[in-house]
Design a protein around this ligand. Structure first.
Ligand code: ADP
Length: 206
């Protein structure tokens, strides 16, 4: 049973490490950020609401996000194997998850906060295949796999990034102690390249 939670500041590499995990392990990937961005694209009611919060770098209300994740987690495919990327982000969400389907591994991706700012403001995404890149590794702003133009996420602008980091320290960082107290926390040094980070995680999985 691999029921995984990935914790980490914005830009710690949750999305990139998730890509490697789902490529190599049998896991159902649940990224709240991706679900919300898809809703924004589809212009749903949830998307309209999410856009307001995300553009400011704030978290959406707990009750909405808890319902959204529980709905997905209640599907048969994620009973024993899931990868939660970007959930929980508050103590209330963590308590709800413990009641609903307790994770077996909680990995905290540890990075220096200055690295995070550099990573986020230089991040580019492909809207077609959802791959994530950094400008410093690209010759131009075209997706190497899909050949289409890469985009900057609206919430990767400097002011929004600053607020996302403040929100992280206020709302999400307390989860480190929460999971430490539950004896579930596994600290991962996330400063290296994605493959190094992935192999630190892989060692723990069944
Ligand atoms: P990052 O981890 O880099 O901030 P995500 O794609 O995980 O990127 O999240 C983007 C935005 O989506 C957040 O800033 C927030 O507005 C919203 N969001 C994602 N996960 C949650 C959550 N668990 N609770 C509330 N809001 C969330």
């Amino acid at each position: 049973m691999n029921k995984i939670v990935l914790l980490g500041a914005p830009g710690a590499g949750k999305g990139t490490i998730s890509e490697l995990l789902i490529k190599n392990q049998k896991l159902v990937h649940i990224s709240v950020g991706d679900i919300l961005r898809q809703n924004i694209k589809d212009n749903t009611d949830l998307g309209k609401l999410a856009n307001k919060y995300m553009l400011a770098g704030n978290l959406l209300p707990d009750d909405i996000i808890i319902k959204l994740v529980e709905h997905r987690l209640s599907c048969k495919d994620c009973k024993n194997n899931f990868l939660l990327d970007g959930y929980p982000r508050t103590i209330k969400q963590a308590e709800a998850l413990d009641k609903f389907n307790k994770p077996t591994y909680v990995f905290n991706l540890k990075v220096d906060i200055n690295v995070v700012i550099e990573r986020l403001t230089g991040r580019r995404i492909c809207n077609k295949c959802n791959s994530i890149f950094h400008v410093k590794n690209l010759k131009n702003e075209i997706c190497p796999s899909c050949d289409c133009k890469l985009n900057k996420r609206d919430d990767d602008k400097y002011e929004v990034v600053k607020n996302r980091i403040d929100v992280y320290f206020k709302e999400t960082a307390p989860l480190i102690d929460y999971y430490k107290n539950n004896k579930q926390l596994i600290e991962i040094n996330a400063l290296g390249n994605p493959n190094d980070v992935y192999s630190q995680i892989e060692k723990f999985l069944k």
